[in-house]
Design a protein around this ligand. Structure first.
Ligand SMILES: [Fe+2]
Ligand SMILES: [Fe+2]
Ligand SMILES: [Fe+2]
Length: 280
């Protein structure tokens, strides 16, 4: 019984994941401005949806999916992109309506209804953005930059996206409340890093590539922490090397700041691992 509900909710998670990355891609590509801010706010609402769905799946004894559903990232103008976001919302609306009918559990039904009402509101927002994009003639401000700096930024984006997924997954799967809380906190911090790096990429004339590498899916808390410490130590060293190498002072500062955060993350996770090892 639970298995079929878990499967439906995992489809919903994959749709939310796709929407988040699609909307962020669009927000970064149009540069600073009111509309980009509003789109980022919508992406944050999709993150909350993903979070509620993942927690529900874990309560049902399932494992949240880390797969990303299909994205619509084609189109040349902001109006085209916003049209694609309308279509993404329409797919989500149809899928939530189906799942609300298919699931009998009143609590889960209520949650999906709540999410559905957000998606309906988002569809209206994006329809409005299609008009606004046309009227204002908003364009793609991304460039073709592919030098060493652009490569460092893409490497950083790839790393940040990977650890966001990894820490969220670990926060959902660990029974240790303290670890759960820290994982959530650090995942939010990694989201900030991703945003900074993507904006820096666009400002510098590049095109952010938002893809991730393999995510550690340990379910034992000590194993999770060991994997997380290892990745933090590796990337802190990499950010340090990159910060020393780049010439531009703003970028140097950014990479140094991120490095300091990663060192902090490694320390927090190391303390948690000590606690966890003492308990077991
Ligand atoms: Fe959503
Ligand atoms: Fe980070
Ligand atoms: Fe980190």
């Amino acid at each position: 019984m639970n298995d079929s509900i878990i499967a439906l909710l995992n489809q919903d998670i994959e749709g939310e994941h796709a929407a988040i990355i699609q909307y962020l891609t669009h927000a970064y590509a149009m540069g600073e401005g009111e509309m980009a801010c509003e789109i980022e706010a919508i992406a944050r609402e999709e993150m909350r949806h993903l979070d509620w769905l993942a927690k529900t799946i874990v309560q049902l004894g399932g494992v949240p999916s880390l797969k990303r559903g299909d994205m619509r990232v084609g189109g040349k103008t902001v109006a085209d992109w916003m049209g694609n976001d309308v279509l993404q919302e329409e797919d989500a609306i149809a899928q939530y309506q189906e799942h609300i009918t298919a699931i009998a559990d009143p609590k889960i039904k209520r949650l999906l209804q709540r999410i559905l009402s957000d998606e309906e509101s988002h569809r209206g927002d994006f329809a409005h953005f299609v008009e606004k994009g046309q009227k204002q003639g908003l364009k793609d401000i991304r460039g073709p930059r592919q030098d060493e700096v652009a490569q460092v930024l893409d490497w950083g984006i790839e790393h940040e996206y990977t650890v966001i997924l990894q820490y969220l997954f670990h926060s959902y799967m660990t029974p240790n409340e303290h670890v759960k809380k820290e994982m959530e906190d650090q995942a939010i911090n990694e989201m900030q890093h991703l945003g900074w790096l993507a904006e820096e990429q666009v400002d510098g004339g590049g095109t952010p590539k938002i893809e991730h590498t393999e995510v550690d899916q340990s379910t034992d808390t000590a194993d999770m922490l060991r994997a997380d410490i290892k990745i933090e130590e590796e990337v802190a060293a990499e950010y340090d090397r990159a910060a020393k190498k780049v010439e531009e002072s703003g970028l140097k500062e950014l990479l140094t700041r991120i490095r300091d955060h990663e060192v902090y993350h490694a320390d927090v996770f190391s303390d948690l691992l000590k606690e966890e090892e003492q308990q077991s």
